[in-house]
Design a binder for this molecule. Structure first.
Ligand SMILES: [Zn+2]
Ligand SMILES: [Zn+2]
Length: 343
């Protein structure tokens, strides 16, 4: 079909117009006051057709944060119509690639999506300076093209990229620090145990009597248990050791020494679903949500197998995260509502 005919085609016009209008209206729709966690990415470094890299966006009142930016997470955040252009800060838990691969895209969308005039704050433990500097440099040419093409009003050169905001925690294994506090929103960073990856942290968000805790990558960790005390929702990473053992045996049998070695090593710095369930019970968290799922799961049947004996240890609700889930915690209540906004 010739181009002019295509654009006159009523069907084509209504589809394209509908997509754009729907995205715009959703993106501009204000969230009601409260605390929200949006799961933009719930996977791990192992390629997964159902899950992109780790990323949880948190809305608290009028403030918007992104915790980690795993590969593909910016695309999901846009499809979920999240207000990336209004990001107050991106927070990083550690610098494994599955937590930072999309940082450049996340900073880019935040910049051009809102014609922002200053770079976004990127908060993290020491090392964040190097990571942000690297992405800023890698995206420098792209930023120049966008200013030249769209003009400095739409793409102000001063707003591209990010500014590293490093923080230091004390020497104690359960050291923590408040890294953001404004308008009733408090974010606490705390140490977790992902050795040999040091530093590695998790984050707790408190707003109007509601709280969510994000584990980052960790083994069972007393510091996380302390921060998760009484939390409404604990987002905990999880690795099913039996499934990884199976992957290990098959990799070895197939002669892949590298995959056999990696699958042998990774259980030592992640938590099993049972570990996470014991921690959630010990902390008195109200709802446990597994994310950063290792290994990739092909279907719903394997989701239950993945959980193993977790339900024996934690008697509250357990949810297997999926990309696109929005967890809503209305202020000063005990309600926790979950729906998928990606589908
Ligand atoms: Zn990691
Ligand atoms: Zn990870």
């Amino acid at each position: 079909m010739p181009q002019e005919q295509l654009l006159q085609n009523k069907y084509v016009r209504s589809i394209i117009s509908g997509i754009v209008r729907s995205r715009m209206s959703k993106r501009n729709r204000p969230f009601e006051d409260g605390l929200y966690a949006a799961l933009c990415g719930t996977g791990s470094p192992m390629a997964d057709i159902h899950r992109v890299g780790s990323c949880i966006a948190v809305l608290a009142g009028k403030h918007f944060f992104v915790v980690d930016a795993g590969e593909g997470s910016t695309r999901n955040a846009l499809l979920m119509s999240l207000p990336i252009a209004k990001t107050d800060a991106i927070l990083l838990t550690h610098y494994h690639s599955d937590h930072i691969a999309d940082l450049g895209e996340m900073m880019l969308q935040r910049w051009v999506g809102g014609s922002n005039q200053s770079p976004v704050d990127v908060i993290g433990p020491s090392g964040v300076e190097q990571v942000v500097q690297g992405f800023n440099l890698a995206y420098q040419l792209d930023a120049g093209y966008r200013v030249a093409h769209h003009g400095s009003e739409t793409a102000p050169a001063s707003g591209s990229g990010g500014v590293a905001r490093p923080f230091e925690l004390g020497a104690a294994e359960d050291a923590s620090a408040v890294v953001y506090e404004q308008d009733g929103v408090k974010i606490t960073a705390f140490k977790v145990d992902h050795r040999p990856v040091v530093p590695a942290v998790g984050y707790r968000f408190d707003y109007k009597g509601r709280s969510v805790v994000i584990s980052g990558d960790t083994v069972y960790c007393a510091s996380l248990e302390k921060q998760a005390r009484g939390a409404d929702v604990l987002f905990h990473e999880a690795l099913n050791a039996d499934m990884i053992q199976l992957a290990n045996e098959n990799a070895a049998a197939a002669g892949s020494a590298t995959i056999a070695k990696v699958t042998h090593d990774i259980p030592s710095y992640h938590s099993t679903p049972e570990d996470a369930a014991r921690l959630a019970a010990q902390a008195g968290a109200r709802h446990l949500i597994f994310y950063h799922i290792i290994p990739p799961l092909p279907n719903r049947l394997t989701k239950n197998l993945f959980l193993g004996d977790a339900k024996k240890f934690f008697h509250g609700p357990i949810t297997m995260a999926e990309d696109g889930l929005l967890v809503s915690l209305p202020p000063d209540s005990d309600r926790i509502e979950i729906r998928n906004i990606l589908k």
